[in-house]
Design a protein. Sequence first.
Length: 339
Amino acid sequence: MDQAAVKAAVAALLSRVGLSTTGLRVEPCAAGGNNRVFRVDAGGRAMAAKCYFRHPSDTRDRLNSEYAFLEYARQAGIGCVPRVVARDDRAGMALYDFIEGSKLRVESLSGSQIEQAQDFFASLNEAGARVQGKSLSDASEACFTIAEQLRLVQGRIDRLARIPASSRIDEEAIAFAQALRARWTALSERVLDQAVTLGIDPKSPLADRDRCISPSDFGFHNAIVAPAGQVFFIDFEYAGWDDPAKAISDFFCHPAVPVPFEYFDGFLAAALKYSENLEELSRRARLLLPVFRIKWCCIVMNDFLPLFEERRFPDPAIDVAARKQGQLQKARGLLESVR
């Protein structure tokens, strides 16, 4: 939808749920990876209108996942996320309260902000709240065995073999993908061996009591710092039940706002306190951390895949070559961090 169509859809939705459209203004916010977000001002209230990505190759119901997660967070009394206002499934759009603030930058990251993130995760998984979460679906790409996690990453590794050699930067990406595959082959074999040594059956699924309710794509790239210093978390279209090793590893592996690894053990202890098997889950998370670093290498390299270019670069003003160069550098840095 273009901006005029979004404004019309917002006006219709506000009217349908009995909210004022007086002084309605709709302005685009910073572009996201897949979705489009607009600031909406109407009736003295500021809201965010989110238009969800839809594509024949991706059938995930992003709107429903995010809306259900935020309803769950509201029931759990969690205040560091946007409040839901209304949804229009037909238009693929939802309205949320707008959060005033700024994006968090890696150079200003503080221990207090990391503590707020771990408190958020812990609050999502408090015993009383988890009872209300039974209706939530599994998170996007949720895997509950180590074998499944390895198969999923292997699939991403295999997909990188489809990078077309259409430019110099693509040829560099192909060479990197080959090096990534070699590193992955050695790592996946080592993880399986270490799992057996630790007494973890790679094919045995996590018990329901040890699974977590995950924000998914969890990290400070999806956060807003309010003027008073409170951190608000946003973007939950992949949220749901997941392996805590994935949720916590993603928090430390995301290349946009990397979290210093010195906080990893403390974060684990706080985030996993919902489970009686804290030590076992901690060993599992440490074992799988390099697996998720490799997975993030693959995610960053998605920009080189033909289908992803079609989805990611709709704006002809974007310098695709520069974008790819930046992504390749990120992927190299992530691979370098795998030990």
